[in-house]
Design a protein around this ligand. Structure first.
Ligand SMILES: O=c1[nH]c(=O)c2[nH]c(=O)[nH]c2[nH]1
Length: 295
């Protein structure tokens, strides 16, 4: 008589992150998904005998996440995608009796610029946090440093990175068309109080958006995060006259072009990552003004 039982087993891949862009002329649609697969299959022999015959490897499941994303030729919902992926596993592999697919979608939302929907610019809905850091001393010196953090911005085109140093350690290909995504932290120190702190905040935030995304139609080209960061800071100095020093931190959140197995990258499927990420940081001041620290 058997001593042991195996009442439950399944295997899958967790947290497979992908970006999917659908291009409708100049107007791009994008989603970022976090996909979890799990399949029920007649694989008791793997647990009991160490025999992997017929097993759909979790690595294969991960690859399939990208393949099926590419096959979704029309902009689709996570429901339509998850159904297609689940059906693929059950219909392709004889030993798979059930596929269980869980997908989370990040709330990337098309940005409105001057009342128009941006062609290819997106922001994570409602993530940014407004900040202020105030110091006041016995001498009566008041310093006000306003800012924001967690402003997540993404554009699906109008970004490149070329001309950088190449040596035996360099693998990154040059590109003049990539996704650029960042979660912006910015602070600006006031030399004097603005007429209205709310209006100054709104102007500063709009300055960041305008430099990162450009106008609704066509956007603006970015040759690097560095150049765009400098433009963003200049916009704040120009539009908030009483600001004097700008700190900006911008992680470069990489969306890596994906070559789904059996196919190739067609400006459509990306491996979405948050680590490791580039990290670009600078302080930009009016000439002659001492830089403030990041708070
Ligand atoms: O805009 C960029 N700046 C960098 O410094 C950098 N480094 C890198 O690998 N990719 C990029 N992109």
């Amino acid at each position: 008589m058997a001593t042991y039982a195996l009442p439950l087993h399944h295997h899958g891949k967790s947290k497979v992150r992908l970006g999917r862009v659908w291009r409708d002329g100049n107007v791009h649609h994008m989603v970022e998904w976090n996909v979890n697969t799990m399949i029920d299959s007649d694989m008791e022999h793997a647990f009991l005998n160490g025999d992997n015959t017929g097993m759909t490897a979790t690595d294969t499941q991960k690859n399939t996440v990208y393949v099926v994303a590419q096959r979704m030729s029309q902009k689709c919902t996570i429901e339509q995608y998850a159904i297609a992926l689940a059906q693929h596993f059950v219909r392709t592999y004889p030993l798979v009796s059930k596929a269980k697919i869980y997908v989370e979608q990040k709330p990337w939302t098309r940005v409105q610029q001057s009342g128009l929907p941006h062609d290819h610019g997106f922001a994570l809905q409602g993530t940014e946090v407004r900040t202020v850091y105030v110091t006041y001393d016995k001498a009566g010196t008041l310093d006000v440093t306003a800012g924001l953090k967690d402003l997540s911005l993404l554009k699906t085109t109008q970004s490149g990175y070329e001309g950088f140093l190449r040596d035996q350690y360099t693998l990154l290909p040059e590109t003049n068309d990539r996704i650029m995504a960042s979660t912006v932290t910015c602070t600006w120190k006031y030399a004097a109080a603005p007429a209205c702190y709310d209006a100054a905040y709104a102007a500063a935030k709009q300055g960041l958006l305008d430099a990162f995304l450009g106008p609704a139609r066509g956007g603006v080209y970015s040759p690097s995060v560095q150049y765009t960061l400098y433009d963003m800071a200049k916009n704040i100095l120009d539009r908030v006259p009483t600001s004097e020093s700008i700190f900006l931190n911008m992680p470069n959140l990489h969306f890596i072009p994906c070559n789904p197995v059996g196919s190739s990258f067609n400006n459509d499927v990306y491996v979405a990552t948050s680590e490791p990420h580039g990290n670009i940081e600078a302080v930009i001041t009016r000439k002659g003004i001492a830089p403030h620290c990041k708070l």
